[in-house]
Design a binder for this molecule. Structure first.
Ligand SMILES: [Zn+2]
Ligand SMILES: [Zn+2]
Length: 273
């Protein structure tokens, strides 16, 4: 009988879910949910949770997400995949929601519309600046990095306190293009709030495909989160079927090495861990 770790060393991923997947409805991903599900099966995953970008008020970041009138189509697509893969792969319905102060009520309305399994809360904007958009990367040169991270983590704390989300998405996202946090105190404070609020962290392997070449969160933050009892939800943040389950064996090793736990969500309740 092979242990879980032995299977991982062979590149297999028993019992794992990929809980951060997009669909073409967000206008910057490719592949039908059926193709993502098939990719998950091929990689030996137990399940997937689709978490496409939530609709937001029309003035917010409209080109990068589904319109509100497409939400039903999104739910329908995921349910079709659920039926098609029934008995072979568990398919769950989620969202990657944005935390942007002032939009909480709008987000709450969307979250009340369907029975979601899992909702990630992500910060992609500091003020009007989409700081993870490669088009606007030169803005970093005009910013004080310390102030930027303090501002960012204050937003993360707002997300954690909003009671809207199950987990925090890609915790240290401003490092995406290599602008690393030199201090780290505001990140640790945010982790205290995340732990207090009983949230999980999206262990987001997409960072390994970005210029920073490091998953979100950074190893030090993974250790600090595990020490606070914060569980991790594995996610590839796939915007194409080939990215499903990306580097999951490395992710699980990193989490287990610091005594962390891996969980999933169903019906907005934590499963496992
Ligand atoms: Zn996206
Ligand atoms: Zn995101």
């Amino acid at each position: 009988m092979m242990t879980c770790h032995a299977l991982l060393l062979l590149g297999m991923t028993p019992h794992l879910f990929d809980s951060h997947l997009h669909t073409p409805l967000c206008n910057h991903a490719v592949g039908h949910p059926r193709e993502y599900a098939q990719a998950a099966l091929d990689r030996g995953l137990a399940g997937v949770t689709f978490t496409d970008h939530i609709p937001m008020p029309e003035w917010f970041d409209a080109p990068w997400r589904m319109r509100r009138d497409q939400l039903g189509e999104y739910v329908q697509m995921v349910r079709e995949a659920q039926q098609e893969f029934g008995g072979r792969l568990e398919v769950r319905l989620g969202l990657e929601a944005d935390f942007h102060p002032g939009t909480e009520r709008y987000v709450a309305e969307i979250l009340a519309e369907y029975p979601w399994d899992y909702v990630i809360g992500s910060v992609h904007y500091i003020g009007a600046w989409g700081f993870d958009n490669p088009e606007f990367v030169s803005e970093y040169e005009r910013r004080d990095l310390g102030a930027l991270y303090r501002h960012y983590y204050a937003l993360i704390e707002g997300a954690a306190r909003s009671n809207l989300f199950d987990s925090i998405g890609h915790l240290d996202l401003p490092k995406k293009f290599g602008h690393l946090d030199q201090g780290g105190m505001s990140a640790l404070h945010a982790l205290d709030v995340i732990a207090m609020q009983g949230l999980s962290l999206d262990f987001n392997t997409a960072g390994w495909r970005k210029p920073v070449r490091e998953a979100y969160p950074a190893p030090d933050l993974v250790r600090a989160a595990a020490a606070r009892g914060i569980p991790f939800v594995l996610g590839s943040d796939a915007h194409a079927p080939a990215e499903v389950g990306y580097h999951f064996a490395d992710a699980v090793k990193q989490i287990h090495d610091v005594g962390g736990t891996v969980v999933t969500y169903a019906g907005r309740e934590r499963v496992g861990g």
